[in-house]
Design a protein. Structure first.
Length: 334
């Protein structure tokens, strides 16, 4: 049984965090803080980025500094607490505070344009998305290695942020509309399931088991990494398994995630991603609660492996992300 990932990440991930304004960027850098809005996107980002991971800020098409996540907090009534002012979006008219917070340890000081070849993985994501439109972007280990050699080592510590007494909460998720009370309890949606599956497969034992079940015999889990949403011209791959350090060629396996039973159209969508990845993609994996007959019939001819997920928690209630992740199992179908 794989040890649960609850503490600092043994193989840390690297994320670029989108910042909305220059003022907010300066506050983030001054206090060594990252904050995410009180909607479902902010809760998802808070679940994605773990203690021990590495982050940089993304603003003005540049990556700013490199930090290690020292700890995380979800703060109640954050609209009354500094350093960020509540933000109102013009399109929706909705106002968001920043309850989901990461406390950051400075590692390197840098300001680098993401047009540099070292940021290709993230820059391609941004280009194909037509802009940020997302709280965060995960980069691969090659990018982290490159950024770890940019700029200069950070000296000293960040300025402490004085706060009045406050309370914290643990984000929860549900499928019961009446129990939703953002930001404390958010709707369970596909992105949360994606994050739980990514966290599950970050355990090499779990990933090795899945590789064996889907027929990727001889591929070592410790040579791979699993990344969050990856943009392609045909859409967005939910998860991507790829070689951590490609040499000569690079294995890539797209994973499409559906919270409900999967249909034939989901197979067609995944097949399109596989075609775009070409020869380095030996198969695709479709993860769903169940599969319609049409999807099962089409899987073999499409080169897609079907994997059923199960959760040990009741989503009619309000489980935490850790409870969702720890109760997750994946089983290949057929």
């Amino acid at each position: 049984m794989c040890a649960e990932i609850n503490g600092p990440a043994s193989k840390p991930s690297y994320f670029l965090i989108s910042v909305s304004t220059r003022e907010n960027l300066e506050l983030c850098i001054t206090y060594g803080l990252a904050g995410f809005p009180s909607g479902e996107g902010g809760a998802w980002t808070f679940c994605e980025i773990d203690q021990g991971d590495y982050v940089s800020f993304l603003y003005g098409a540049k990556a700013h500094n490199l930090y290690r996540v020292a700890r995380r907090e979800a703060i109640s009534n954050a609209e009354h607490l500094p350093p960020w002012k509540p933000l109102t979006f013009k399109q929706s008219g909705k106002t968001y505070s920043f309850p989901f917070r990461l406390y950051l340890e400075p590692i390197r000081v840098l300001t680098e344009p993401i047009v540099r070849s070292e940021f290709y993985y993230v820059a391609e994501n941004l280009l194909l998305r037509g802009g940020y439109r997302k709280t965060h972007f995960q980069a691969d280990q090659t990018t982290l290695q490159s950024v770890s050699q940019m700029g200069a080592r950070a000296e000293g510590s960040v300025e402490p942020l004085p706060l009045p007494e406050y309370s914290t909460f643990t984000p929860r998720f549900t499928r019961t509309r009446q129990l939703i009370k953002r930001p404390e309890t958010c709707r369970f949606q596909e992105t949360i399931l994606q994050s739980a599956i990514r966290r599950h497969l970050m355990c090499e034992e779990n990933l090795q088991k899945l590789l064996f079940e889907v027929g990727l015999v001889g591929v070592r889990a410790d040579a791979l990494e699993i990344l969050g949403e990856k943009a392609l011209t045909q859409g967005h791959i939910d998860l991507l398994v790829k070689e951590r350090v490609p040499v000569g060629s690079g294995l890539q396996v797209p994973i499409e995630v559906k919270t409900n039973p999967a249909h034939t159209k989901d197979m067609v969508q995944l097949r399109g991603y596989m075609d775009e990845l070409r020869a380095e993609c030996p198969m695709g994996v479709l993860v769903a609660a169940d599969f319609r007959k049409g999807a099962v019939a089409k899987a073999g001819e499409s080169g897609v492996r079907l994997v059923r997920y199960k959760l040990a928690v009741d989503l009619k209630e309000t489980p935490t992300f850790d409870e969702i992740h720890q109760g997750l199992t994946l089983e290949a179908v057929g």
